[in-house]
Design a protein around this ligand. Structure first.
Ligand SMILES: [Zn+2]
Length: 499
């Protein structure tokens, strides 16, 4: 194996989260009942004519700009002819001769910090096929056309990958582009993003590419890693034994970790591509491209760098907060509301940013894991979060109350001010009640009190916890601590005089 270099190129399909399908007005939604989102166009009925959904075009231009590619102002659609039961039209509408994007490049960094540049060959728009479900025991196959006509972007790279780590870093970056552009949810396991890996081997130092195989529809980073390792090893053994690699499409078998032949690869001419006669060429005015360019979002890496530079967050915090655009949005909006027009960055906004980041990287991420919730599915709003932080800052509620209410707001859309009032969680200034609670705790927690008196100062922490609990979290922690220590000092003094 060591005498060979692995060379890989990718074909990445991104399912767009547009309202409608690419060439008809059918809804583009996931997981509805079978054959619900269908019409004469996506069913390929005679006489039905496709019309390009302009939303798909905007998504394509925006992704093309993120890839730093050249946007073709005159792209066209072509027919790729093939029959398959999930493809009612017997052809796919794609862009073969004049794709919307040519060239481009993406800078990637693998987990061990190695940076490289991946060149983009092209990106085009096309429609997805339907879906077959096989029930072998009943000897039937079912077809669902809901997915037929769902818009796809296909990104084709140059063969610039040498390791599975690079492939994963690239896909992660594309996923972030798609999510920050708001054009796809980027979920690999639900098929919103699928990657085909073309892999060949060559001797180190060789310039020419070896014969490649294509591995289809790998839908998790783990399968990509396993498939690449297996396929590289399989090819190396064949080459070592003096055998030739066959140009073919292979399927990765999750169960045994091997790749198996799906079909020997068709030649491009087998598809008899020809210009789609039912669709006009796409003319994009330059101003349209420029206006989409002006609306490009700040992507993950720039955002993370800015959080570190302007707000003094740590690299880890910046990474966590930018992993999903919904998380970054909650962070930025909460800060904006809480800082209330304070110019960034000041000491004040930095301190606030730090507090928000701590609660989000800690409690929020914990809640997401615990409830198996995706970022953005939470009910907490920046308004509610900022209100809660302001109440904590003003000493109206304790940190513990703020965290408890935060956890409740995760699932419920509530006004934190109303919730805190109704549940009597405001810090009380009632000194008599506090004194009574402290006395009661000192009496009830005899062993901890003697621990403290015999020099174990840590026992004070436990006693303070008991006081806070006894007051239902409503005591002002500062005042409670002060009073507790004062009473303990008194007890100590009494103890010493009696000895
Ligand atoms: Zn339709």
């Amino acid at each position: 194996m060591n005498k060979f270099e692995i060379v890989m190129g990718l074909e990445v399909h991104i399912e767009l989260a547009t309202k409608h399908k690419i060439f008809c007005r059918c809804k583009n939604t996931f997981a509805e009942a079978s054959n619900r989102n269908v019409c004469p166009v996506c069913l390929g009925l005679p006489g039905a004519l496709p019309v390009l959904n302009p939303e798909v075009l905007s998504c394509a231009v925006r992704m093309g700009l993120a890839l730093q590619g050249e946007i073709d102002r005159n792209s066209r659609f072509d027919r790729k002819n093939y029959f398959y039961p999930d493809n009612a039209t017997a052809y796919q509408i794609t862009q073969f001769y004049a794709p919307i994007v040519r060239g481009g490049q993406v800078e990637i960094r693998t987990e061990d910090g190695t940076a490289s540049t991946i060149r983009i060959h092209e990106m085009h728009m096309e429609d997805d096929a339907g879906k077959l479900t096989h029930a072998p025991e009943e000897r039937i196959s079912l077809v669902d056309f809901n997915r037929k006509g769902v818009p796809l972007l296909e990104i084709v790279t140059e063969p610039d990958f040498r390791t599975a780590d690079e492939v994963i870093a690239f896909l992660e970056k594309i996923r972030m582009f798609a999510m920050y552009l708001g054009i796809s949810d980027g979920k690999l396991h639900e098929g919103s993003m699928r990657a085909d890996v073309n892999l060949s081997l060559r001797k180190h130092g060789d310039e020419t590419l070896g014969v490649r195989t294509e591995m289809k529809n790998l839908n998790s980073f783990t399968s990509i890693r396993r498939a690449v390792a297996y396929e590289a090893d399989r090819q190396a053994r064949l080459l070592d034994a003096g055998k030739a690699i066959v140009f073919e499409t292979r399927r990765f078998d999750e169960a045994d970790g091997t790749t198996k032949v799906m079909r020997t690869k068709e030649e491009i001419m087998d598809y008899r591509y020809f210009p789609e006669p039912d669709l006009l060429p796409v003319h994009l005015p330059e101003e349209r491209i420029r206006s989409l360019e002006a609306q490009m979002p700040e992507f993950r890496e720039e955002k993370a760098a800015r959080y570190m530079r302007e707000l003094s967050l740590t690299q880890e915090e910046a990474q966590i907060l930018t992993r999903h655009p919904a998380t970054a949005h909650l962070f930025e909006e909460t800060l904006r509301l809480w800082a209330d027009g304070e110019p960034t960055p000041t000491e004040g906004t930095r301190r606030k940013a730090k507090t928000i980041a701590a609660r989000m990287c800690g409690d929020l991420m914990y809640l997401c894991r615990e409830k198996k919730a995706d970022p953005g599915t939470w009910k907490i709003t920046p308004e509610a979060f900022a209100t809660l932080l302001r109440m904590q800052e003003d000493g109206e509620i304790t940190t513990k109350t703020a965290r408890d209410v935060f956890a409740i707001l995760f699932d419920k859309n509530l006004d934190p001010m109303v919730y805190v009032n109704e549940n009597h969680l405001l810090i009380t200034k009632d000194e008599d009640a506090l004194a009574a609670a402290v006395d009661a705790v000192l009496k009830a927690q005899e062993p901890s009190v003697s621990d403290y008196l015999s020099g174990k100062e840590k026992a004070a922490g436990h006693l303070l916890g008991c006081v806070m609990k006894a007051t239902n979290g409503q005591a002002d922690p500062q005042a409670a601590r002060k009073l507790l220590l004062k009473k303990l000092a008194q007890l100590k003094a009494e103890n010493e005089t009696t000895e």
